[in-house]
Design a binder for this molecule. Structure first.
Ligand SMILES: Cc1cc2nc3c(=O)[nH]c(=O)nc-3n(C[C@H](O)[C@H](O)[C@H](O)COP(=O)(O)OP(=O)(O)OC[C@H]3O[C@@H](n4cnc5c(N)ncnc54)[C@H](O)[C@@H]3O)c2cc1C
Length: 391
């Protein structure tokens, strides 16, 4: 959506295909990062955007083995907005869709599921699409695969994936809120277990991290066992945990970290999770995907106005974005090992060493804030795209 918006703004004919009929899904996380808010500012959209209901979180805290600890201070960042905005991702996407539709060269087709790529020799020239009125073929100078972790684009292109082992999966569910609940307390860590609660105003979107592949074991133990595990982390949920009275209310999200060895071939570029699936650790995947979108538009928009782009142009995108991806994925693997499931987190009732360091030296909390809030190579709009929107 972001790539489509930026290309549409630059006057490039851009068509976004979305397989669902709306954006109302739970599984993607709700974080709008300071670097994304900077982009909104550069686009002149920040004021309007912040009118949408959201929560501003200037610092992240966790409860580690019963001790509350601050781990990231966004108010230390050199950005326009010194907070993470929590907003359901469907509001964010609907906002961009509405803004993008103001550009005559942008269009969005919902309920258009890409089912295959179309090739002319080695070159990708289009996509096959399933629509409510039947199947169709759509041809384009460039197909951008931004279709997430289970992307059909990278599968059909035959791209090779490098998997980075992930020791966790996540159970994803709604738990109701009550007056007096703690405010936006994000993570509860205890002895290698983690519960994340995202405040969605009238309910919590809850993520409970389990060892990879343990879902069958947990199901065998039964729902009361799961309730007990969750309440052990967040005792204030005891009075309502029985709401989770059926496994259909609990979704299993298999967590992956991987990246493509090559993100492109003639006529096709993969970005976002399609090029590099991200774990929820650190809540950085959305930011990374958006930064890919900006780099893509910055490097390709002027060229796409004229026609197809070359392999060398596409290689530039991977070159620019692969390094931040590697850094973030290495950090996520580190978080899995040392904070979530690591030996240290299982072995004592005290704070993990990294978290203790962040308490002893508060200025260090700018580092996780930078990592989560901005990422290693925050992108800014090229003058070409920024000025293109001024009408
Ligand atoms: C449990 C969990 C929680 C997470 N929480 C966070 C968080 O709090 N913060 C954070 O920053 N990151 C989080 N992440 C990571 C984040 O969700 C991803 O990194 C991010 O959404 C990637 O964005 P994307 O646009 O590349 O892909 P997606 O957000 O997956 O978007 C892909 C889009 O393509 C559509 N699509 C898919 N296939 C097709 C097709 N064949 N045809 C047409 N349309 C198609 C999908 O419907 C979807 O709209 C989490 C991940 C998981 C698994």
């Amino acid at each position: 959506m972001m790539t489509g918006y930026l290309l549409g703004r630059a006057g490039v004919d851009a068509l976004v295909l979305e397989k669902h009929s709306d954006f109302n899904r739970d599984f993607r996380g709700d974080t709008i990062h300071p670097s994304t808010l900077d982009l909104m500012y550069e686009l002149g959209l920040l004021g309007e955007f912040l009118k949408l209901p959201h929560q501003q979180v200037p610092a992240l805290a966790g409860i580690f083995n019963g001790h509350t600890a601050r781990i990231a201070d966004f108010w230390r960042l050199p950005t326009q907005c010194k907070f993470i905005a929590f907003m359901p991702q469907w509001d964010f996407l609907n906002f961009f869709a509405a803004e993008a539709r103001k550009f005559p060269s942008f269009s969005l087709q919902m309920e258009h599921e890409v089912t295959d790529l179309i090739f002319d020799g080695e070159r990708v020239t289009g996509v096959r699409v399933r629509t409510p009125s039947g199947s169709a073929e759509i041809f384009a100078d460039l197909i951008i695969g931004a279709d997430g972790r289970h992307a059909i684009t990278h599968a059909r292109a035959g791209f090779e994936t490098k998997d980075i082992g992930v020791p966790i999966d996540a159970l994803w569910m709604h738990i109701s809120k009550r007056p007096g609940d703690p405010k936006q307390l994000f993570g509860f860590f205890r002895h290698g277990k983690l519960l994340v609660l995202i405040d969605r105003d009238d309910y919590f979107q809850a993520g409970f991290v389990i060892p990879k592949g343990d879902i069958e074991f947990i199901k065998q133990q039964g729902l009361p066992y799961l309730h007990e595990q969750i309440v052990a982390l967040a005792p204030f949920l005891k009075d309502r945990i029985s709401e989770l009275d059926d496994w259909s209310k609990i979704k299993l999200l298999t967590v992956q970290i991987n990246r493509l060895r090559k993100w492109y071939r003639e006529g096709l570029l993969c970005i976002g999770d399609s090029a590099h699936a991200m774990s929820p650790a650190g809540g950085v995947g959305i930011n990374l995907a958006l930064q890919d979108a900006v780099a893509t538009a910055n490097l390709l928009a002027a060229k796409l106005q004229i026609g197809p782009v070359s392999l060398a142009d596409l290689q530039q995108i991977q070159k620019r974005r692969e390094w931040p991806t590697r850094v973030i994925q290495a950090m996520q693997a580190f978080i899995h090992r040392h904070v979530v499931t690591g030996r240290e987190s299982k072995s004592s009732d005290s704070l993990p060493l990294i978290v203790r360091l962040l308490q002893w030296f508060p200025s260090l909390r700018a580092l996780p804030a930078r990592f989560v809030g901005m990422g290693p190579r925050p992108e800014h709009l090229s003058a070409f795209i920024r000025n293109a929107g001024i009408r």
